[in-house]
Design a protein around this ligand. Structure first.
Ligand SMILES: [Zn+2]
Length: 143
């Protein structure tokens, strides 16, 4: 059976899990919390490279800032859509106000900007908030 490396959303430990169509239960070997938790990870300069490099499932990053109205409206759409992808995609947020170096490094010129990474490489980006349907089809290209 092939396996997948996934990042624990709680402690960021890399877990190797069997590849399946769906999962009813999977717990982190380190912190024992559920790997099925889809709450987006708040990334920073210390963990973003670890997350991008070690996730075999696509990583969807929302670059946002607290002062940005469209970002705030988009946040619940991002969180709710994430619930459809346990162990299929990893949802990550980067606060570009608190972390301007990351915004610069990933050349974020407007927010919100969504970037899809696979195997550590950027595959696609979208500037501007998406409605739930468009967000789903944006992600499904990589699932
Ligand atoms: Zn963990």
């Amino acid at each position: 059976m092939s396996s997948l490396n996934v990042i624990c959303p709680h402690c960021l430990k890399v877990n190797k899990i069997p590849q399946k169509d769906g999962y009813t239960k999977a717990n982190c070997e380190s912190c024992k919390n559920s790997l099925l938790d889809t709450t987006p990870i708040e990334a920073d300069e210390n963990n973003i490279d670890h997350i991008l490099a070690n996730s075999d499932i696509p990583v969807i990053v929302d670059f946002w800032a607290p002062w940005c109205g469209p970002c705030k409206m988009f946040a619940p759409i991002f969180n709710q859509t994430a619930q459809k992808y346990p162990l299929k995609a990893l949802f990550v947020k980067v606060n570009t106000e608190a972390l301007p170096n990351l915004g610069a490094r990933f050349q974020i010129r407007s927010i919100p900007t969504l970037v899809v990474f696979k195997s550590g490489l950027e595959k696609k980006r979208n500037s501007g908030a998406l409605d739930p349907l468009r967000l789903t089809s944006f992600i499904n290209e990589f699932i």
